[in-house]
Design a protein around this ligand. Structure first.
Ligand SMILES: Nc1ncnc2c1ncn2[C@@H]1O[C@H](COP(=O)(O)OP(=O)(O)OP(=O)(O)O)[C@@H](O)[C@H]1O
Ligand SMILES: [Mg+2]
Length: 364
């Protein structure tokens, strides 16, 4: 499982998951973190920590080692296997000081370790340092992707024009020849050639739209309204393919959205969900929120994504479909990035996939 794009370069409060079974400890940590302006979600045992992580995708996890149900080290190992969990900073916090526990914590992927009798300032600096390091990593990764995309974009923009002109000429001649009486027997061939040319032209057009940054018109909008608006269209597409769509929409606050792009985002993700279930199945397009974040997710019970393909998601022209252009997710990536949001993918090969986009609620 992999996070595909995770970019949050603005100075928004980070979301921290506090996982501790002692309510007293949680309240101490909450007080300290609140003072520093972090947003907080909490969990009281190991199982809840995993589900809260999945639900909220926090920017950092403060993880107690000894917890009921599932212990902290097992939770840490589990998070490392989950979407976005490979890099999320995990700071273990515990009363146990023995070497074996400390070794085990680092072995399962903890980034740092602090004993419960900590001085608040030490905890603050460690959290700050971990968040900064992760943010720098995200920026580097983002720039790297952007470089690749820009390079492809520049190349496409310069050759796109040169390729489309002769294509228009060829299309014109094919149409002209297709009308000729003496070539009537080949009419179907001409039509097929024209269709293929149109398809090639559509791909170039779509790719060029990815390369150039269209002006966005951001407005404070409710995701639920947008989903309801395009639902009939999505439903029609789904029904034609033996799929049904459920929309578990929670009452989420408005966020800054460019309506056409978000429609496109939902459409591309839903199309992929439909295409992942050739025998039909259920798709859930839902929303939820916590503190200052709103989540949009598209979940299917389709083929899942092969693990070795996860790192390629969002790269232009990366596709596993015979007739796919591999641009759908690259466009989603661009849209998410321009909304200063993040996108995560969780997929189990053979079982299904969930794409989750996390938006920031604007400050009042
Ligand atoms: N929900 C999903 N379930 C399974 N595989 C998926 C899902 N979403 C994306 N993929 C995989 O990621 C690949 C890339 O998706 P993307 O939408 O970018 O391109 P595409 O669907 O192949 O073509 P198009 O440009 O027409 O969208 C797909 O070919 C598919 O293998
Ligand atoms: Mg697609």
């Amino acid at each position: 499982m992999v996070t595909i794009y995770a970019v949050n370069v603005t100075k928004r409060p980070s979301l921290i998951l506090i996982a501790d079974d002692e309510s007293f400890m949680r309240s101490i940590l909450r007080d300290i973190l609140n003072q520093d302006g972090y947003e907080i979600v909490e969990a009281r045992d190991g199982t809840e920590t995993v589900s809260q992580y999945q639900r909220y995708r926090p920017d950092l996890v403060l993880l107690d080692v000894i917890m009921p149900k599932v212990d902290g080290c097992s939770v840490c190992a589990k998070i490392r296997q989950m979407a976005g969990g490979k890099h999320v900073p995990i700071l273990m916090i515990t009363s146990r000081e023995d070497e074996a526990t400390i070794n085990q914590a680092f072995k399962v992927g903890a980034d740092d370790y602090i004993i419960k009798s900590f001085i608040p300032a030490v905890l603050r600096y460690r959290i700050k340092r971990l968040l900064e390091a992760e943010n720098n990593r995200k920026i580097a990764e983002h720039l790297n992707r952007l470089d690749r995309l820009n390079l492809i974009g520049e190349m496409a923009a310069s050759i796109g024009h040169e390729v489309r002109n002769p294509m228009t000429t060829v299309r014109g001649f094919l149409q002209f020849l297709g009308w000729k009486k003496e070539l009537e027997n080949y009419k179907a061939h001409f039509e097929l050639m024209i269709e293929e040319l149109d398809r090639a032209n559509d791909i170039i057009k779509e790719f060029l739209s990815l390369a150039k940054d269209r002006a966005m018109d951001f407005k404070l909008l409710k995701l639920n309204d947008l989903i309801r608006e395009i639902f009939p269209m999505l439903q029609a597409d789904a029904l034609l393919n033996n799929c049904c769509i459920e929309t578990p929409l929670e009452d989420v606050p408005a966020v800054m959205l460019d309506k056409p792009s978000i429609r496109q985002l939902i459409l591309n993700m839903t199309r992929n969900a439909i295409e992942a279930m050739p025998q039909g199945g259920k798709i859930r397009i839902g929303t939820r929120h916590c503190a200052e974040k709103v989540f949009l997710y598209v979940e299917d019970e389709g083929s899942g994504i092969p693990p070795e393909f996860m790192d390629k998601l969002g790269t232009p022209f990366a596709t596993l479909k015979e007739t796919g252009s591999g641009l759908g997710l690259a466009i989603c990536y661009r849209i998410v990035q321009r909304h200063d949001a993040e996108i995560f993918v969780e997929s189990e090969y053979g079982k299904g996939t969930v794409f989750t986009v996390r938006f920031n609620i604007p400050e009042q």
